[in-house]
Ligand binder design. Structure first.
Ligand code: NAD
Length: 497
């Protein structure tokens, strides 16, 4: 793995295309491997946000942007994709410092961000308008127009990828975008701003405004000039934003949390299932919305499977995100580790037995970092809080199931509906379950695989709407119907003749 180090962004904000020192509350980005400070910066204040909105409005309505033809707008997205690709190692380094995630993972996230911009350049170039079926003496068309200003609010766990999933389709659709990243991971989004500026996007169309959710996030949601919010984050925050958007009658998408079931049947390939379960929950140290955090194992193989799973978990390499061998890196912050530890304590109170992990790893290598051992807990019921709530850490709960009906009922007995994993060699059963489980994404004999062409999102407490795919650009546009009259004479109702 690369030993190269890079300069971190200098901490200035990207306010409507200008690099400015923020005038809001201080933000401290830290490296959770050793607690060292990455950068101390002044976040955006409401005044900074208002300036960004005014510049975005002017830039978005300027014919230099608004009148661009699709293939001309697509060129900017392709140039941004090139810029990300040329800077993958730098972006990966910054994001690893910002979030504590392994270099392997942040490299993949940076590559996926480049792919997202390239994909939406292609979507834009190949999108057609519709000439709809005539029902009278008119030519009837359905056309798409930009919304105007889009507010993108993102969490800390995969910033460059979640930023790209909003910024690329929203720009492709002809909007200006104001991005508010999490205060725990402000740096990589500022690096994206540098790349977008270098790609020559007209000034004002893009802003990066790290700052408090209650101030800057709230400003974007409430401001009358913002026509759509695309939010990824926790369910409670999403609910609040949804209520505000409802009052404003503003469309929005909410990508929220999860408590995704993984189901292992007795005919599954054991090695594949164990590897898939481990990857599903312990990669990203479990800090992933789609983490397979509730494991259901068929009763007849429960003891054998769980014993092998525990053995394999104890072999996972916990360590520095800069070490190539590391599989489980530290959590994003010390504060977040405490929140996860509180859930392990709750699981014990609820009668759970910790089969492995449940504590911080010992040794000098871990002493300064926000490390936590991969943890497996059994003995809980599906209605316990530990099984119902999102923990967002390396904590797996394991439960047995009796048959197909039982596992469908248990899987669906949860407020979330984000993802599901099914491990079986029985094709027909896999299909039945895939259709019966309430989840936006189902993986069969695999887990955590993604394609930008495939729409992604959750149901229930996991959110509203879908990102990615060809329709991913259309949600950032307004549809307009145009009826062009073809008749020679006046409309008959007026009886002019
Ligand atoms: P969070 O809800 O605390 O914060 C997300 C973003 O919202 C941050 O930028 C935050 O500053 C902002 N925010 C907070 N309060 C706000 C308010 N009142 N108004 C406007 N904005 C506000 O979430 P987090 O802890 O940063 O991220 C973890 C959560 O994100 C987990 O629940 C995880 O499952 C979820 N997530 C979901 C997906 C998905 O695609 N479904 C992907 C990644 C993460």
């Amino acid at each position: 793995m690369s030993e190269t180090t890079y300069d971190l962004p200098d901490g200035r904000l990207f306010v409507g295309g200008k690099w400015e020192t923020g005038s809001g509350a201080e933000i401290v980005s830290t490296f959770s491997h050793d607690g060292s400070e990455n950068r101390r910066l002044s976040g955006a204040s409401v005044e900074d946000g208002l300036r960004a909105i005014a510049r975005a409005k002017a830039a978005q309505s300027d014919p230099a942007w608004l009148d661009l033809l699709p293939h001309q707008r697509a060129r900017y997205l392709a140039r941004i994709a090139d810029g990300i690709e040329a800077n993958v190692d730098r972006i990966s380094y910054i994001q690893t410092r910002d979030t504590g995630k392994t270099r392997t993972e942040t490299t993949a996230l940076a590559m996926s961000a480049a792919g997202t911009f390239r994909y939406f350049a292609a979507v834009l170039e190949t999108a057609d308008e519709d000439l709809t079926a005539r029902r009278g003496d008119c030519l009837t068309l359905s056309v798409h127009e930009p919304i105007g200003l889009v507010g993108a609010i993102t969490p800390w766990n995969s910033p460059i990828a979640s930023d790209a999933q909003k910024v690329a389709p929203a720009l492709a659709a002809g909007n200006a975008v104001l991005l508010k990243p999490s205060s725990w991971s402000p740096l990589v989004s500022l690096e994206l701003a540098r790349i977008i500026e270098e790609a020559g996007l007209p000034e004002g169309l893009f802003s990066v405004l790290p700052g408090s959710g209650r101030e800057i996030g709230n400003l974007l949601v409430e401001h009358p000039d913002i026509g759509r919010i695309s939010f990824t984050g926790g369910t409670e925050t999403g609910r609040r934003i949804g209520e505000q958007a409802g009052r404003k009658l503003m469309p929005l998408s909410l990508e929220l949390g999860g408590k995704s079931p993984t189901i292992v049947f007795s005919d599954a390939d054991m090695d594949q299932a164990i590897a898939g379960v481990l990857f599903g929950i312990f990669s990203s140290s479990g800090q992933s919305c789609i983490a397979g955090s509730r494991l259901f194992v068929a009763r007849e193989i429960y003891d054998t499977f769980v014993a092998r799973l525990v053995e394999a978990t104890e072999k996972l390499v916990v360590g520095s995100p800069f070490e190539a061998a590391t599989q489980v890196a530290p959590l994003v912050t010390f504060e977040h580790r405490e929140a996860v530890e509180a859930y392990i304590a709750l699981a014990r109170e609820e009668g759970g037995r910790v089969l492995t992990g449940g504590e911080r790893p010992e040794g000098d290598a871990y002493a300064q970092g926000a490390y936590l051992k991969p943890t497996i807990i059994e003995g809980l019921t599906n209605d316990s809080r530990t099984c119902r709530e999102e923990i967002f850490g390396p904590v797996l709960v394991v439960l047995p199931f009796e048959d197909e009906a039982d596992v469908i009922a248990q899987s669906n007995d949860n407020d979330y509906g984000l993802a599901c994993g099914i491990w079986t060699k029985d094709f027909a059963r896999a299909w039945r379950l895939a259709r019966a489980i309430d989840a936006g994404t189902v993986w069969i004999n695999t887990y955590k695989q993604f394609s930008i062409s495939t729409p992604f999102g959750g149901d229930g407490a996991s959110g509203i709407g879908r990102e990615k795919g060809r329709q991913g650009m259309r949600v950032y546009q307004r549809q307009k119907a145009i009826y062009h009259g073809l008749g020679d004479g006046p409309l008959p109702w007026a009886r002019l003749s």
